[in-house]
Design a protein. Structure first.
Length: 113
């Protein structure tokens, strides 16, 4: 992770009340450490609409635009939490914006299960 670069990782989807919920992460460098965001959003996309950044969040207060920030003092601590608590892989992080390519791949292979 280069200085100031934001990375993301598509995790999975789950179904809640019959609706698909996407789960993905953002990891970014801050002045005094690292911030991890765990996004949980309604799958509102299609092959023609892949802008995951615009999808509605499952649960988020009206006064926030993104999930709660989880702060870590080191990159290792952030990556360890992401792997052990959220199921992330240390080798599947992609640069900011590439999450939409990951989502596109998911849409190509989903089977509506």
């Amino acid at each position: 992770m280069k200085r100031g670069e934001e990375v993301e990782q598509f995790l999975r989807f789950t179904k809640i009340d019959g609706k698909k919920i996407l789960s993905w992460l953002t990891l970014r460098k801050q002045e005094n450490g690292y911030v991890l965001l765990h996004h949980k959003q309604h799958d509102q996309g299609s092959q023609n609409h892949l802008n995951i950044y615009d999808f509605k969040y499952l649960h988020i207060p009206k006064n926030r635009e993104e999930p709660e920030h989880l702060f870590f003092s080191s990159l290792d601590a952030a990556l360890n939490y992401a792997a052990t608590s959220l199921g992330a892989s240390n080798v599947k992080w992609v640069g900011h914006g590439m999450i939409q390519e990951e989502y596109r791949d998911f849409k190509l292979t989903e089977d509506d299960s």
